[in-house]
Design a protein around this ligand. Sequence first.
Ligand SMILES: [Zn+2]
Ligand SMILES: [Zn+2]
Length: 493
Amino acid sequence: MTQGIFHTTCPSCGGPVHSYSASAKTLVCPYCRSLLIRDGASVSDSGEDSTPFEDYSPLQIGTTGHDQGQAFTIVGRLQARYDAGIWNEWYLFYNDGSSGWLSESGDQYVLTRPATSSATLPNFADIRAGESRLTVDGNVYLAADVRDITLERASAEGELPYPFSGTRHNRVADYRCESHFLTLDYGEEPPEIFIGRGVALADLALANTRSDAQILDTAGALKGSRASGNCPHCGAPVDWLRGLTPTIICPSCGSDLESNSLIASAHTTGERQQKIAERHSLPLGAEADIDGNKYTLIGLVYKEEIGENSGWTEYLLYHPQQGFLWLVETDDGEWSVSHTLNDWPALKGNGAPRGMGKLYDYRSRVRHAAGAFYWHIKKGDELAHHDYDAGKREKLSAEQNAQELNWSRSIPTSRKQIERWFGLKLKETGGNDEQNSCLGCFYILFIIYLILNFPAWLAMNDDALVTSLVISGIIFTALYRIGKRADGGGTDE
Ligand SMILES: [Zn+2]
Ligand SMILES: [Zn+2]
């Protein structure tokens, strides 16, 4: 590849600056990091400078690759932090002069290219995740993720095709159709369309990536490596994985933390408490050997079913190559393994997967969460759930709110399997700390019964008293047995 088509010198430091694409509007000086705005043949210094704040990515300016046979070079990056996390948008310049984007969020990658369509595009305000449809090139897309966010402290590197500023209002809707991915970006009028797919870096034949040694050298650690600090609010120890999970919730006090505040407080000391995490069968930080891969349990969330006195715990596990995995434990002690689907099922007009029967519709609310998550989870978050029968005891589930729709596939597993994976014996009780104790109820009823009947027993003759006490004894023995069984045996297989 040549040294670009546009050459100039940095007005701030005099260093040589160039761009590859003719449409570059923002250039970041590789020497002094000044943010330069290009206008025709001239550039002006915006007065801002721009340094990506977190650099665990194997990608860099100058990384080359192949996308479906076409060579590209990474020439720019936007790094953004917002409410739900951090992501990199890598700007790709193809050998034929066209462009594309490789978005990197946690360890999920999506590659899109600018597209055109004669389809009538919706107003941003009318788009609803899981409801709004859009037909482009014969594919019927369903809205999957609708974001109206302000990016603060965004930073740039290399060149970008739009004028960049550190704060950027972003209105974007992502759509999916099986393995196809479509984004509408409402930053321009009319909105821009990008079409692509989820990708694995291994499929892009990358070269000139950063080695682990280089990443270690600049970031001091690798993405996904373990870090720990103390909660600035309660002092309890908190562990997290670098670069993957923007949200960390203190397992002791439930405070919403950023890894920056944790690093700042890493030297404060505190009593070791794990109040929230303690209520659950599996502890944060537990390691599981699943099919020869060592996963770490990094987050757990308890969801109550709205309108029912029950719920379930979801455990988030991470493996550096295999990515994320969920384990789900119901209050009844039933376990399943669940994967979020990158390729969606083929959907019918009513949103149901083709060829699958409906199982259940229900709603959930987050009661508490602890540890690290790849989105910003909050107590009180509500979701609608739709479960479908995928055969062989497997379930396909849609989780949906107004902004987001996700599909996952879950497979039942046994309590014994969970114990083997984690190499531990599970506690006897499930996750719901507020479960009624049947045995406790029994004792209360027993005492009330005695108090109510005592005056009657005093007034009875001997024969009537014996009969009454024998009948009471039989009833209470039966109730005690029922109470005890419901209390202790709930989580056995
Ligand atoms: Zn410079
Ligand atoms: Zn805390």
